[in-house]
Structures are given as structure tokens and as C-alpha cells.
Design a protein around this ligand. Structure first.
Ligand code: XBP
Ligand code: MG
Length: 252
């Protein structure tokens, strides 16, 4: 019986927050706090509190959950108003703030593109700011598909964003690899049937990532020198490493 030909890695689908850039602590969290201030609310999310709230994906839902916890009468309605203000502040931070890609990720995107592997986006974040971030940080990268929180009915950990990315790319789950930073993101990729590399971000560094194809703290070989990683990744997260990770993950 002819063994089926190994599936080629045709696309790598990247998450945004925490994966392409560390945006949560000094970007999103600050924007939420500015929105509370602008609307005269006595709330302030410190670094630890925001880490707790990150378990709720989607900024508007995170607000609604927190406002309900605070006992507000119409948490969903208040969250809609606050989230609009927050998004304006976050977009302004993206345009003028100290934003930079996670070390090594721009080089990886460029190499993937040069080596004929499509790159795409699947994020919970709103399209209004995702567009600004991608243009500011990765204007030289052609993303074959960009799926945002505006394009789905169900946010991560539901798989819809990844399923829509696969459909837009015209490929199957086993032709792709996902790159994520958080447990909800890993869960979404896994539920879509896509093998997932976790490049854990600062808020999620000490968390468990069951089912991940591999978990690393960063993209560069120097980020991996004092941690135990699969031999495949010892030289850093490169196109060759992702191709080998993809083919071994499919054997599971
Ligand atoms: C992380 C999220 C987002 C951001 C806030 O998204 O959960 O909700 O925390 O952005 P990603 P919004 O999938 O990119 O990691 O306020 O626009 O939701
Ligand atoms: Mg993320």
C-alpha cells in the first residue's frame, strides 16, 4: 500500500497579541484604563489584575465580564461604550507608541515569505487596530489572509477564526501550522485541527499548553539556549524548523 505523501507546510497562521508583539501589558491594559478614566469610572486594571482577566478573550467580553463582577446593572451595554473608547486609545498607542515585534518574528515572517510558505493572521482583536499594527510593524509582509474578531461569531478558544483562515487560504488544517502565545489561542488552533507551536508571551510564560506541537519562550536560538526544547527547534524558530515540526506533528 502506497504510503501517503507527507503533507507539505503550505501556510503558517499567526496570532497577533502576544505572538507578533507584546501588546497586552503596556498597550491594551493602558487603553482599557484610559477608557475607565474617560468615562469617569473608578476602575483600574493593574498588571496582575489584567493577567487574571486575560482568561476572558475579546476586549468587549473582558469588560462585560469585569463590569458584571463589579455589579453594574447593564454590563454588556457599558462594555460596548467603553470598548469603543478603548479601541481609539489602543489605535493611538499603536500609531505612536513604543511598539516593536517580538524579537525574531519579523525575520521568520520574511523567511517564510521568501521560501514560498504563505503567512496569515487569526486574531481575536478588532480589525480597526489589527490593520494599524500589521502596517506599522510588517508593511513588507504580504499576509494571504487576515481574520479578526470582527469576522467571527465566536472568539477563541472557539476554532472559527482558524477555520476561516484555512478557508481563505484554500487549504486544509493538515497543510498548516499555527503560532500562538496563550492557552485560549492554542485551544482554538487545536480545535480547528491545526498543529500549533506556542511561543509563550510574558503573561502566559508559566502556563501549561496541553497538545502543543512544541512550547518555546521566544523565536531566536538565543531565547532557547537555557531551556529544554525539541532538537528541531534548537537553532531557533526557522522555516526549516517549522517544516520539520509540522511533519512530525502530523504523525501524532
Ligand atoms: C488577544 C485578545 C484580544 C486583546 C484585546 O487577542 O484576547 O481581545 O486582549 O483586543 P489575540 P480587543 O487572539 O490576538 O491573542 O480589545 O480588540 O479584543
Ligand atoms: Mg494572543
Amino acid at each position: 500500500m502506497k504510503a501517503s505523501a507527507p503533507r507539505r507546510l503550505r501556510a503558517v497562521i499567526f496570532d497577533v497579541d502576544g505572538t507578533l508583539a507584546e501588546t497586552e501589558r503596556d498597550g491594551h491594559r493602558r487603553a482599557f484604563n484610559l477608557a475607565f478614566r474617560d468615562h469617569g469610572l473608578p476602575f483600574h486594571w493593574d498588571v496582575a489584575e489584567y493577567g487574571r482577566l486575560l482568561a476572558v478573550t475579546g476586549g468587549r467580553y473582558r469588560l462585560a465580564w469585569y463590569l458584571a463582577e463589579q455589579g453594574l446593572s447593564d454590563p454588556a451595554g457599558a462594555a460596548r461604550v467603553l470598548h469603543r473608547t478603548k479601541t481609539v486609545h489602543f489605535a493611538a498607542w499603536l500609531r505612536a507608541g513604543p511598539l516593536c515585534p517580538r524579537p525574531g518574528v519579523h525575520e521568520l515572517l520574511t523567511e517564510l515569505q521568501d521560501r514560498g510558505v504563505s503567512v496569515a493572521i487569526a486574531t481575536t482583536g478588532r480589525r480597526e487596530w489589527v490593520t494599524i499594527l500589521l502596517k506599522r510593524l510588517f508593511d513588507d509582509i504580504v499576509f494571504a489572509a487576515v481574520v479578526t474578531g470582527d469576522d467571527v461569531a465566536e472568539l477563541k478558544p472557539e476554532p472559527e477564526a482558524y477555520l476561516r483562515a484555512l478557508s481563505a487560504l484554500g487549504i486544509g488544517a493538515r497543510d498548516a501550522l499555527a503560532v500562538e502565545d496563550s492557552p485560549p489561542g492554542l485551544a482554538a488552533a487545536t480545535a480547528a485541527g491545526i498543529p500549533c507551536l506556542v511561543v509563550a508571551s510574558e503573561y502566559h510564560r508559566d502556563m501549561q499548553f496541553p497538545g502543543a506541537a512544541a512550547v518555546v519562550p521566544g523565536y531566536r536560538a538565543t531565547d532557547l539556549s537555557d531551556v529544554v526544547v525539541p532538537d528541531i527547534l534548537a537553532g531557533g524558530v526557522t522555516t526549516d524548523a517549522l517544516r520539520r515540526l509540522h511533519s512530525t506533528a502530523l504523525l501524532r
